[in-house]
Design a protein around this ligand. Structure first.
Ligand code: 5AD
Ligand code: FES
Length: 347
């Protein structure tokens, strides 16, 4: 096992067969070594810095019907809201005072927000905070829309691929969503010049070990600037209500493998990881993650943006999360920094 881990660190890739040996063979001892190497590689690129992104969940409306997500169109129990531009800007202003230098605008796929509205919003944020990065996470769009948002000043785009295997993709999504279009979106985003994040849920229903290996090989090939990866967690009002959640250990192992494979990738310790384990995010940092994405949404809408059950921090003010996270990160030997946290290209 140690040899395989060393090979992965040195060559930044493994064959399908080697990934299978690694995923099947890791135990408590050898995964401790994996995490140690992942931290070393991260520290080598980014030092002990952890970047924060202020997440603004600006719309809980969604036209899609993904089987795993609590905001799916068919969930009539979901409470829907939209934030106005002035509300979003005041989230940013508050976030700026708390040291955030990246704002992530995330929402369901909500046609109410026309391209013009998004372009206006990006312009307003950039005008108020020219030293901040704007990240969009608003789903599948046309290349023209992506280009227009980029031209308006957006820096980064998050769009998880969810699973690269077509059959698996179709078990998680209705027929109008396809992996082909998801790939097209990711390629367009990259070609336009965004820093792009893809990613997946660990332990999503029907996921096999081979699916995960395909995802790892895809990540190596696509070479994204960011990878969002967290455990699947069931939501009670979805078709996957009774499916088991993804495992903490498997998520940590994948975080560490991704760090060794893509040394300078920006890797969040996700809220979902913090939801399945009280110190999940800290453990994520100890497995090689270097980003946290606390919520800046107004407290009165937080409990309405529920992709999965038992989501943490739905009752906490942004300032409380900031202090809480600072303490949590310190326990890992890392520290939160006031910085845009751009991707660092290695020669
Ligand atoms: N459990 C964990 N993650 C989820 N997401 C959506 N629903 C769930 C769930 N039930 C993730 C998806 C999506 C991101 C915004 O949140 O991967 O891309
Ligand atoms: Fe929100 Fe700890 S990060 S309360």
């Amino acid at each position: 096992m140690k040899k395989l881990i060393d090979k992965l660190e040195k060559e930044q890739r493994l064959s399908r067969e080697e990934f299978a040996l690694l995923l099947d063979g890791l135990n408590a001892d050898t995964s401790a070594y994996l995490f140690e190497r992942a931290q070393a590689v991260r520290n080598n690129v980014y030092g002990h810095q952890v970047f924060m992104r202020g997440l603004i969940e600006f719309s809980s409306f969604c036209k899609n019907d993904c089987y795993y997500c609590g905001l799916r169109l068919s969930n009539r129990q979901a409470e829907r809201y939209r934030l106005r531009q002035d509300q979003i800007l005041s989230c940013c202003a508050k976030g700026y005072d708390l040291g955030f230098r990246t704002f992530v605008l995330q929402g369901g796929e909500d046609p109410y927000y026309s391209d013009d509205k998004i372009i206006d919003l990006i312009g307003a944020i950039k005008k108020n905070h020219p030293d901040c990065a704007v990240t969009l996470s608003i789903g599948e769009m046309s290349r023209q829309s992506y280009q227009a948002f980029y031209d308006a000043g957006a820096d980064r785009y998050l769009l998880r691929h969810e699973t690269i295997n077509q059959d698996h993709y179709q078990k998680l999504h209705p027929a109008d969503l396809t992996i082909q279009n998801r790939r097209r979106c990711l390629q367009d985003l990259k070609a336009i010049g965004y820093q792009v994040g893809c990613g997946l849920m660990v332990g999503s229903p029907f996921q096999t070990r081979d699916n995960l290996i395909d995802d790892l090989l895809f990540l190596k090939e696509f070479d994204p600037e960011m990878v969002g990866i967290g455990p699947f967690i069931p939501h009670h009002a979805t078709p996957f209500a009774n499916e088991p959640a993804g495992s903490l250990v498997q998520t940590l192992i994948l975080l560490a493998i991704i760090r060794l494979m893509l040394p300078s990738v920006l890797l969040p310790a996700t809220t979902a990881l913090g939801t399945i384990d009280p110190t999940g995010r800290e453990k994520g940092i100890l497995a090689g993650a270097n980003v946290v994405m606390p919520n800046l949404s107004p407290t009165d809408v937080r409990s309405k943006y529920l992709l999965y059950d038992n989501k943490i921090c739905t009752g906490d003010e942004a300032a409380e999360c900031r202090v809480c996270l600072e303490k949590r990160i310190e326990t890992t030997g890392c520290h939160l920094v006031v910085d845009r946290g751009d991707y660092k290209k290695l020669k």
